[in-house]
Write a protein that binds this ligand. Structure first.
Ligand code: HEC
Length: 117
């Protein structure tokens, strides 16, 4: 039997499928270290703990709240960059800190990380 080399078009198709398969996990991946650092640098941890409610809701609670929402990441990102007053448990109001970064990638990564809790 003669083995034919794969045709050019099937090679192209294979390459396309393979690169898609690699692209999907990369898109969903969170750079945890970068997110944690940004969170720490901006002192978000003063009020937000991964699993316990402090002055602000825990990251777990926030993630749960947004679970299943199609625009969750965009919504959380909005929170990260929009200054507003928040009510604390004791009834006092404080300006909500915003993330000191205009790097969309870093912000979206942080939003993803918050939602991953
Ligand atoms: C002074 C305490 C405090 C600090 C500091 C703080 N937050 Fe908050 N945050 C709150 C409170 C309280 C709420 C909930 C009140 C509300 O949603 O109106 C909140 C809400 C949020 C929400 C929305 C949660 C939801 O359910 O919609 C996000 C996201 C968030 N904070 C992220 C951050 C990030 C990121 C930082 C750091 C840049 C930060 N917070 C710093 C107190 C704080």
């Amino acid at each position: 039997m003669i083995k034919l080399p794969p045709s050019r078009s099937s090679l192209v198709a294979l390459t396309a499928v393979a690169s898609l398969l690699f692209a999907i996990p990369a898109m969903a991946q969170v750079d945890e270290d970068a997110a944690k650092l940004l969170f720490k640098q901006n002192e978000c941890g003063k009020c937000h703990h991964p699993s316990q409610n402090k002055k602000g809701p825990s990251l777990k609670k926030t993630a749960k709240e947004y679970k299943g929402k199609a625009n969750a990441e965009a919504e959380v990102m909005k929170h990260l960059i929009t200054p507003k007053k928040v009510k604390l448990d004791d009834g006092s109001e404080e300006d909500h800190k915003i993330v000191d970064s205009k790097d969309q990638k870093a912000l979206s990564n942080l939003a993803k990380w918050i939602l991953s809790h």
